[in-house]
Design a protein around this ligand. Structure first.
Ligand code: DAH
Length: 358
């Protein structure tokens, strides 16, 4: 059996050479584990006669403590080294330039929807929504467009195949069904706009199978067409950021309004381009009218008490007129160059924080 001080020398040397925590633990087991050399030496104390034990005891205990201390010290040193290495390898250089991440932009349609919402919010309108997959009743029937009505042919409808009996669901052909849903859900007075996607089977430079409309609806006790005209005028002035907006209401026909009017806005020529404002000519911007009493009754309201106006307007067209694009199809091509050119920064949205003056 080796002498205690020999073991101290032996294990101090092994401890010093242990290159990592795992190696150090192996040394600890070898010296101080259950079968460890120093542990075995400690066990011999029990078999010694009292005098030898008195002499050898302190030496063996001293050796155990010396080795345990050496292991502890080495452990602390190794842990410290590991930490230092980690700190060195994970060092952040805050002066490095940031990677350039691709930045998206706000689509003009989203931008215009935000502008619309802000302008109408200033006039006390809430934003309402409805489903894009709509049933025949909300999209047609309740809006006074019965089955055989020629107005159904005006809107080239996408029908969904369900394999079930009865009128199939449709991709809504306009935002007008949101009028119905709102009147069925809420008691008047009602003031809402409903911007969203609509669908028609149509495609050329000015038509895409999916496009955007905004519906407006006001229902109260004493609403008349003067309110309609003021609302549209106030909205168009704020939207086009011009005071010289002139409107012309032309008699028209929609099944869900009586009387109905198509609204034209005056334009003028600026650097060879037609812009909204002035009155060199007229262009049609939206359909409108007083909500038909049958539509009000279809929603469970008494048309002798409640009346109001409605309008429907193409959002993509508004965007084209305000921001100067001329091909509608490019709106939905997803071409990054187009989006970069016509898109808006997220902090630009919406631009009209000046709002609608009283
Ligand atoms: N829904 C009509 C369309 O898509 C637009 C419209 C016209 C909506 C007159 C209205 C309205 O609310 O009063 O062509």
């Amino acid at each position: 059996m080796p002498a205690p001080d020999e073991l101290v020398t032996l294990y101090s040397d092994k401890v010093a050479k242990a290159g990592d925590l795992a190696a150090l633990d192996a040394v600890r087991v070898e010296a101080l584990g259950k079968q460890g050399e120093i542990t075995q030496l400690l066990k011999t104390l029990g078999k010694m006669d009292p005098d030898t034990r008195k002499a050898e005891g302190p030496k063996i205990q001293g050796a155990r403590m010396a080795v345990a201390d050496a292991i502890e010290a080495r452990k602390a040193a190794l842990e410290n080294e590991a930490l230092e290495a980690r700190l060195a390898s994970e060092k952040l250089d805050l002066s490095l330039p940031v990677d350039e991440t691709p930045l998206g932009s706000v689509h003009p349609v989203s931008q215009v929807m935000d502008e619309l919402s802000e302008i109408f919010a200033d006039m006390g309108f809430a934003v309402a929504e409805g489903p894009e997959i709509e049933d025949d009743w909300h999209n047609f029937e309740a809006l006074n467009i019965p089955e055989a009505h020629p107005a159904r042919a005006m809107q080239d409808t996408f029908y969904l195949a369900t394999g079930e009996e009865g009128a199939p669901p449709v991709l809504r052909t306009h935002t007008s069904p949101v009028q119905i849903r709102t009147m069925m859900r809420e008691q008047p007075p009602i003031r809402i706009i409903a911007p969203g996607r609509v669908y028609r089977s149509d495609s050329d430079a000015t038509h895409t199978p999916m496009f955007h409309q905004v519906e407006g609806l006001v229902i109260d006790r004493n609403i008349h067409m003067g309110h309609l005209k003021w609302t549209l005028e106030t909205f168009l002035k704020a939207f086009f950021e011009r005071d010289d907006i002139v409107l012309r209401l032309r008699p028209s026909y929609f099944p869900f309004t009586e009387p109905s009017a198509e609204v034209d806005v005056g334009w003028s020529q600026v650097k060879g381009r037609r812009v909204v404002g002035g009155s060199e000519g007229w262009m049609e911007v939206l359909g409108s009218g007083m909500v038909h009493p049958k539509v009000i009754a279809n929603c469970g309201l008494d048309p002798d008490v409640w009346q109001g106006f409605a309008f429907g307007c193409g959002i993509d067209r508004l965007a084209m007129l305000k921001y100067g694009m001329d091909d509608l199809r490019a709106f939905f091509d997803g071409d990054l160059r187009w989006l970069k050119h016509y898109g808006f920064g997220m902090l630009d949205t919406p631009t009209l924080s000046a709002g609608v003056g009283a």
